[in-house]
Design a protein around this ligand. Sequence first.
Ligand code: TYD
Ligand code: MG
Length: 477
Amino acid sequence: MAKRMNRFVCQNCGSVTARWAGRCDGCGEWNTIAEEIDGPPGSVGGIGAGPRTASGRKGRVIPLVPLEGDVKEAPRIQSGLAELDRVTGGGFVRGSAILVGGEPGIGKSTLLIQACAVLAKRGHHVVYVSGEEAVGQVRLRADRLGLSSAPVKLAAETSVEDILATLSAGPTPALVVIDSIQTLWTELAESAPGTVTQVRTAAQSLIRYAKASGATVVLVGHVTKDGQIAGPRVLEHMVDAVLYFEGDGARQYRLLRAVKNRFGATDEIGVFEMTGLGLQEVANPSELFLGDRDGRSPGAAVFAGMEGSRPLLMEIQALVAPTSLGTPRRAVVGWDSSRLSMILAVLEAHCGVRLGQHDVYLNVAGGMRIQEPAADLAVAAALVSSLSGVPLAVDSVHFGEIGLSGAVRPVARADQRMKEAERLGFKAAVGPAGSLADGQRAAIGLPLVEIDTLAGLVARIAARADRPVRPLKEAER
Ligand code: TYD
Ligand code: MG
C-alpha cells in the first residue's frame, strides 16, 4: 500500500510543493497554496493517469495504427446561436470537451441554457446539470427567457459518479452542460471540493466520458481576478476548446473569445448583448463599439481592426494634458501600456512631439481590448490630435503598425478593414502605402491616404489645423 502524504498545491496554477509557502514559486501569486491529501501514486493529478491504475491490474496492449486511414470530417452540431458557432469554429464537435470560463455573473449560465434550449427544440437529447443552482432557479431563468417549453433534461447534482452513472444509463446526449466544474465532487480524489485536485479529477472523468460516448461536454468554470478559487486555467490543456466569456459587468455587451480550439481558429470572437430577454447576438459589432461620435472633439481616432476573421471598427480616445507632476502619468485602458510608451518615444525621437511634460490617458471606447499592433497609427493619431487640439476627420479610419524607426508598416487584411469602413459610411482610410494588392484596389470604393512615416501623419494633422472647424448647425446644438 502506497504511503499517503500530504502535499501542497497552488490553487491558481496547480504546481505542487512539499512545503507550504506564502507565495507560489510557479505563478508568483500570494496565498494560493493549500494542503491536499495525496492519493496513491498516479490516482490523481497527472494527465493521462487513469483513476484505476492503482488497482493493481496489468497494462493492456493497445493496438498501434498507421497515420493514414479513414478520417471523417469532425461532425458538428450547430447551436443555432450564430455567434457561438462562429467561436467554436462551426458548432460543437461531437465527443469534444469545451471549457467556458468567465467571471461570475457575466452570463455563462444564460448563454448555455439558451444554446441547450435551441438544440433540444431541434430534437437533440440535451442534459443541463447545475451544481450551483437548484432546479427551481434554473426553471425560473428559463421561464424568464421564454425557453421553458424546450425539452432540456435538467438536474441539480454535484457528484461526478452520480452524474456519469445517470448519463451512461440513458441514450447518449448530444450535449451535456456542467455548470460549474468547481462545484463538482468526485470520490476519486480525497481533497476538499473546489480544490485543484478535485476540479482536475472531476474534469478528467467527464472528458473521458465525452471521448468514449461522443457527447459534447461543456464545462463551465469561474475565473476570479484574484485566483482564490481553483482556477479553470489548470483545465486548459485537458479540454479541446477553451472559450472565455468577458465583458464589463456595467455594460450590456459580452464577448466570447476562443483562446484554444483544436477544431477551429482561436482568434474568433462572438459578440452578444445582455438584455432583459437573455443574450442577443450582435451581428454588426462595429456599430456598437463606435459609440456616439460628434467629430468636433480632438483626441478621438477610429481604428479599423480585425478580431479573428471579422473586421471591427473601434474608437480610440486620447487625452494629453499638461502636468505639474515630476513623472507624468500614463494611463491606458484596453491597450498595452508598453506599446503606448513605445509610440510616445517614437513621436518624441522622430517627430519632435514632446510629451514629457504631459499626462497621457488612452482609452478604447466601449471597454474593448485591442491586441493588434495595427492600432499603432490610430493611437498616434489620437495622441497628436489631443495634444494639438485638432480634431481628426470624422469620416476616416486609421490602421498601420509603427516601427521604432518611425516607419509605418503594412498590416494584414487591409482590404477587409477598408470594406468594413466603407460599409459603415466612412469616406477615407489612413494607412501604410502598399496595404492593398493591385487586384484589391478596384473592389474598394474607399480611397487610401498613404502614410509612410509617423512624421507624415503628424504633418497631415498639423495641416488640418489651418482649416476652419465646421460651425455647428442649428439642429446639432
Ligand atoms: P448568469 O448567466 O447567471 O452568469 P454566470 O453563470 O456567468 O455567473 O448571468 C447573470 C447576470 O445576467 C445577472 O446579473 C442578470 C443578468 N441577466 C440579464 O440581464 N438578463 C437575463 O435575461 C438574464 C437571464 C440574466
Ligand atoms: Mg452561472
